[in-house]
Design a protein around this ligand. Structure first.
Ligand code: ARG
Length: 457
């Protein structure tokens, strides 16, 4: 039964009905829809808009529907959308009282309320998953605080860094993602219920009651805006998009670092895949897939941004198109964070390979220039002298740590014996003890700071 069929002589064409329906995807809202209806009915009873008996009977009926769906005893089918489904089922179960549930309410404020409740749940799930990921990265950072690996710029070896600092860098990104979700939740926690179709309601409702029952922080101030605002869906998907952007960077590193050419990390067999033709292959399918899923979530973001543009006030059916992008983005982001947490937990670090790679490629050249500059040579001159030393190494097929003091002195008389220490790979990373730097002490300070920020969640 359609909720609106009274005005029509003929039933909806089958093709139109199939096109119009949303139950096939908004059935995922069943929990929040019933919860919001229970709050609404309770409020109607308390305000004397329906009798207490009617309210009780509605609440009881809705609880029964909730339990049956939960147990798989009631199939979500045969209605236009989840709101119609629940109301039809309620009326089938409790009779006329069920028909009073929709008093002082419209599906417009109902669906806007449901979506806010649902996105809030999604925020909690994604935040918890991100917390697990950061905890895992913290474990790896503790383990890797004294491991040395090459740091890159332009994907060229730049300076030796602590492996712990590397993992902390990703924790920073994911902590920002958590912070963003938390911030978005503040704006999501504004209740549209009570806005009715668009203009508010003439019934003596008490929105404070429903607000408290549903755990919203605030009540919307403008009913026209409240029924047609989907900014929060776009905000959530934007947050998820940035998380995927960060994961995608980590994927790229994983794919490079686990390649034969790099060999810094190893993906365990149980998280790797093979090739159907090349027996030797061990492929990084999981990081590649996560990197690819970033494109998919960006697509969801474009979809919602495009849906909400050009919508005249107030509600328009276009807004039904908020759901699939949201559900897709939420499921994808959650799955990607979960799989990457496992991957980061189990990835094997080839400590020696990372250390050796960090020492190759003149990665301590900056330390040579800094050595001179700290002894009074203007940095620009120090840079040029060091450039010449690097050229000498390339010609002589030598590394910086293998040069003798005489060879250094040939480039500048400022060099003393301690330059031989300054160019050692580990010493280079350890010298960078500035806040946020690569010394193991700086990394430990970083770990403490991340732990402190994580404790808020
Ligand atoms: N399925 C609809 C949606 O998701 C519910 C609201 C319908 N409201 C209406 N005025 N037709 O937006």
């Amino acid at each position: 039964m359609k909720l609106w069929e009274g005005r029509f002589e003929k039933p909806l064409d089958k093709l139109a009905d199939d096109f119009n329906e949303s139950l096939s995807f908004d059935k995922a809202l069943w929990q929040v829809d019933i919860t919001a209806s229970i709050a609404h009915a309770t409020m109607l009873g308390k305000c004397g808009i329906i009798t207490e008996d009617e309210a009780n009977s509605i609440v009881e009926g809705l609880n029964g529907i909730y339990a049956d769906i939960e147990q798989g005893a009631l199939a979500l089918q045969g209605a236009e959308d989840i709101h119609s489904f629940v109301e039809n089922e309620l009326t089938r179960r409790i009779g006329d009282a069920g028909k009073k549930l929709h008093t002082a309410r419209s599906r417009n404020d109902q669906v806007a309320t449901d979506m806010r409740l649902e996105v809030r749940r999604g925020i909690n799930r994604l935040t918890n998953l991100l917390k697990g990921l950061v905890e895992t990265l913290l474990d790896r950072a503790r383990e890797g605080a004294r491991y040395i690996m090459p740091g890159f710029t332009h994907l060229r070896k730049a300076q030796p860094i602590s492996c712990g600092q590397y993992f902390n860098a990703y924790s920073e990104m994911f902590l920002r993602d958590m912070d963003r979700l938390c911030d978005a939740e503040r704006r999501i926690s504004v209740m549209p219920l009570g806005s009715a179709a668009l203009a508010g309601t003439s019934y003596p409702i008490d929105r404070e009651i429903t607000k408290e029952l549903l755990g919203f922080q605030e009540i919307s101030e403008n009913s026209l805006d409240a029924v047609s605002d989907r900014d929060f869906v776009a905000e959530y998907i934007f947050c998820a998009s940035l998380t995927l952007a960060h994961l995608s960077r980590l994927c790229e590193d994983t794919i490079l670092y686990t390649s034969e050419e790099f060999g810094y990390w190893e993906i365990p067999d149980e998280l790797s895949t093979g090739s159907s033709i090349m027996p030797q292959k061990k492929n990084p399918d999981l990081p590649e897939l996560v990197r690819g899923k970033a494109g998919r979530v960006y697509g969801d973001l474009m979809a919602i941004l495009t849906v909400i543009k050009g919508i005249p006030l107030a509600y328009n059916k276009d807004l039904q198109e908020d759901k699939e992008p949201y559900f897709d983005a939420a499921k994808t982001a959650e799955n990607c964070v979960a799989i990457y947490t496992e991957l980061m937990k189990r990835i094997k670090l080839n400590v020696n390979a990372m250390y050796e790679a960090a020492g190759a490629g003149y990665a301590t050249a900056t330390d040579v220039a800094d050595y001179l500059a700290k002894r009074g040579v203007p940095f620009r001159d120090a840079h040029a002298i060091t450039g010449k030393i690097v050229r000498y190494c390339i010609e002589q097929e030598k590394t910086l740590p293998s040069l003798t003091l005489e060879e250094f002195k040939a480039a500048s008389h400022v060099f003393e014996a301690d330059v031989l220490e300054a160019v050692k790979t580990r010493n280079s990373a350890e010298a960078r003890d500035s806040v946020g730097g690569s010394s193991h002490r700086a990394v430990r300070r970083g770990i403490t700071a991340i732990k402190r920020r994580l404790a808020k969640y």
